[in-house]
Design a protein around this ligand. Structure first.
Ligand code: LLP
Length: 433
């Protein structure tokens, strides 16, 4: 479910008019739909109903407290990758006992904090880290619950920067040595408890094939570890892909490029249908760690057209959002649909344009040579599917204050993060005397 649609030729999020929202709260502005987030959680949760399961939302996708709170209230657990994310989860009303802690470089402070908070499991990414956690737990007089992250050496067939399950990636421990490490840990590491096994092969997967391949390869290993070490859970990671082209409810406006190449969504029904049968046989608790699926299509970024610049080779529309606000196009050649907040009078009249930000970098563009309807100075446009890995990856580059974030709930709009001020930019800096 995606709650963005045109009503009287104006783009709405649920029952809230986004032109008015942009006028009132300024741009760039991140907008999220509450209904979409809760709907996506429920869909996934129901699709896994046949399994003893826990959904651990990957906080890195969107860590605003309001989003975490929404999911916590629905009963979600959380997949965290830093002490900062754990702090946010707790502040957002989440339960540390439902948190799994991933990441290749956990520090002593982070491990100590997580132990004190009583997290569900450390997802361990190397043998060295396993020993490190054991030592820190010993110092604390605690037993740390751990699961090794297995690298199944499966090609997720996604962008190389978000592919994680091949041997050449830095993540996880090679499949072949897992059993040996569990055996040694069981004998020698008194301050860890082997509670699970984890994997994550990559992000933005748009077909079930790689998930099936990975589950088929790793499930027998999970079964052996259950038998020999009594592990309780198998986490299959995140990675469910979303639509970046053609996600709007109301059908695809005619100015969409590559209309016939719209990616088919990987539905949760297809995802669950593909992996549940093999997982059910294990008799283990199954954890999933979706990030993008939960919030990606639930959010968009509104920006305003500042100027038109007609060069000899190209026409540029300069907007007030930049790569510092949404870095996905610059970093992963990420595609985001771009639509006007006011539906154009003549949808057929398009012109190929580059939509660019104000940052002093050539890579600061949201699209190049894309057919767009007429866009005048002052018009608002929306970059769709920006709810995941959008605001969380924003920076102050070029000393630009971070944008505001709002959460729409029907006709109500809540500011869930205020726009930074110029004072915020320098708040922690000091000039030596
Ligand atoms: N679990 C682990 C261990 C992960 O590393 C990730 C994502 C997830 C779960 C959640 O994956 P998801 O369900 O969101 O695909 N910034 C990039 C995506 C980076 C993903 C990193 N890890 C982007 O904008 O495409």
């Amino acid at each position: 479910m995606h709650s963005f649609h045109y009503q009287n030729d104006r783009l709405f999020c649920e029952q809230t008019d986004l032109i008015s929202a942009a006028e009132e709260h300024g741009t760039p502005l991140y907008v999220y739909s509450k209904a979409t987030v809760t709907d996506h959680f429920s869909r996934l949760d129901s699709a896994l109903a046949q399994l003893d399961h826990m959904v651990c939302y990957a906080v890195k996708a969107n860590s605003n407290l309001a989003i975490l709170n929404l999911l916590a209230k629905q009963g979600s657990g959380f997949d965290i990758v830093s002490g900062g994310e754990l702090f946010r989860v707790i502040a957002g009303g989440g339960d540390p006992a439902m948190c799994t802690f991933a990441g290749v470089g956990k520090t002593e402070d982070e491990i100590t904090y997580a132990l004190q908070q009583g997290i569900y499991s450390f997802n361990v990414e190397s043998e060295a880290e396993l020993h490190y956690i054991n030592e820190i737990a010993k110092k604390q007089g605690k037993i740390a619950p751990v699961a090794l992250r297995v690298n199944p050496n499966v090609d997720a067939k996604t962008h190389k920067y978000i592919s994680t399950g091949k041997s050449e990636n830095k993540f996880g421990v090679d499949f072949d040595v897992i059993e040996e490490i569990y055996a040694t840990a069981a004998q020698q590491l008194a301050h860890v408890k082997l509670v699970g096994l984890q994997m994550h092969i990559g992000s933005q997967l748009t077909s079930v094939g790689p998930f099936i391949e990975a589950v088929n390869k790793v499930a027998p290993l999970a079964a052996k570890l259950k038998k020999h070490h009594g592990i309780e859970f198998f986490s299959v990671g995140g990675g469910i892909g979303i639509i970046y082209q053609g996600a709007l409810d109301s059908g695809n406006p005619s100015w969409w490029e590559n209309k016939d190449e719209l990616a088919t969504p990987l539905t949760v029904a297809a995802y669950a249908g593909a992996i549940v049968p093999a997982l059910r046989e294990l008799g283990l608790k199954i954890i999933v760690e979706p990030g993008r699926y939960m919030v990606g299509n639930a959010g968009l970024l509104i920006t305003k057209v500042l100027f038109e610049k007609r060069g000899q080779a190209k026409t540029f529309k300069v907007v007030d959002a930049g790569m510092n606000d949404l870095i996905r196009p610059a970093l992963y050649q990420g595609y985001h649909d771009i639509i006007p907040l006011r539906k154009p009078a003549d949808e057929a009249a398009t012109e190929a344009v580059d939509i660019v930000g104000p940052i002093c970098e050539t890579g600061d563009f949201f699209c190049q040579d894309r057919p767009m309807p007429a866009l005048a100075e002052g018009d608002f446009i929306a970059l769709l599917s920006s709810g995941a890995y959008g605001f969380v990856m924003a920076s102050n580059y070029n000393s630009r204050p971070l944008p505001a974030e709002v959460l729409v709930d029907g006709e109500k709009l809540h500011v869930i993060r205020e726009r930074q001020t110029l004072e915020d930019l320098i708040a922690h800096e000091k000039i030596p005397l």
